[in-house]
Design a protein around this ligand. Structure first.
Ligand code: SF4
Length: 229
């Protein structure tokens, strides 16, 4: 009897292709005009929706259009009132002014293009850095793994890992580098539109025939309930 061995990378690329067909408009939804604005918007988006960030960034960027101008701002007096509608605005104000100062001091006001340099900026972790590298420069050094990417990767059976960094390593191994940036956008759109955490719409999903979690996905890729103390 003939057995066929499925190459995991090819299978992952085929699933990604199918999801891309479902979501051809998948993109970074943080509005920005340049790398500096994207960096600020991504820092602001931690634990907050893109919609909430997009409401306040026009006012913020009208006042501070460059690292040089933001570096001279006072976090509490000048920046806090412009971003007070989102969570953790006090810490985020400090981070924005802090990162602007570092951009001016070390990079001539420009946004650096490596993960190592980006994660040294206040408020910038691996995820934020890879959003900027992927979207602004087309050169990500990893795959952005947020809660949607985490859940969908597990539901599709692309990895059994549950830790975001381990999921990222698995995706980077499976997918060619030139697909890393679009992967997170496509998975995020799929997570928002079809494969929701609570009620995934498996019936209406274009990859249900190859998804190992189809029609029993509710408990796959969900965050564990908080333990009562
Ligand atoms: S079949 Fe269901 S669980 Fe699988 S990706 Fe589609 S919506 Fe998600």
């Amino acid at each position: 009897m003939k057995t066929s061995v499925v190459d995991p990378s090819r299978a992952a690329c085929r699933v990604l292709d199918a999801l891309k067909e479902l979501h051809p408009d998948a993109h970074c939804e943080l509005e920005h005009a340049n790398a500096f604005e994207l960096l600020c918007a991504t820092v602001l988006s931690a634990q907050t929706t893109d919609v909430a960030v997009n409401k306040l960034t026009p006012g913020l960027f009208a006042r501070y259009s460059s690292a040089a101008s933001l570096a001279n701002a006072d976090a509490m007096r000048d920046v806090e009132p412009l971003i007070s509608t989102i969570g953790m605005f006090r810490q985020k104000s400090k981070n924005l002014v802090g990162l602007a100062k570092l951009l001016v001091e070390k990079y001539g006001g420009e946004v650096p293009r490596t993960l190592k340099e980006l994660v040294e900026l206040p408020g910038v972790g691996r995820k934020t850095a890879n959003v900027v590298l992927g979207v602004a420069f087309g050169a990500p050094e990893g795959v952005v793994v947020d809660t949607h990417v985490q859940r969908i990767t597990q539901r599709l059976g692309l990895t059994t890992e549950t830790d975001p960094e381990a999921i990222e390593r698995a995706l980077c191994t499976l997918l060619p580098r030139e697909r890393w940036a679009e992967t997170s956008h496509i998975f995020i759109f799929h997570g928002r539109r079809i494969c929701g955490a609570v009620k995934p719409n498996c019936e209406g999903c274009g990859v249900k025939d190859v998804c190992p979690s189809a029609f029993h996905a509710e408990k796959v890729g969900r965050k564990p309930p908080r333990q009562r103390r």
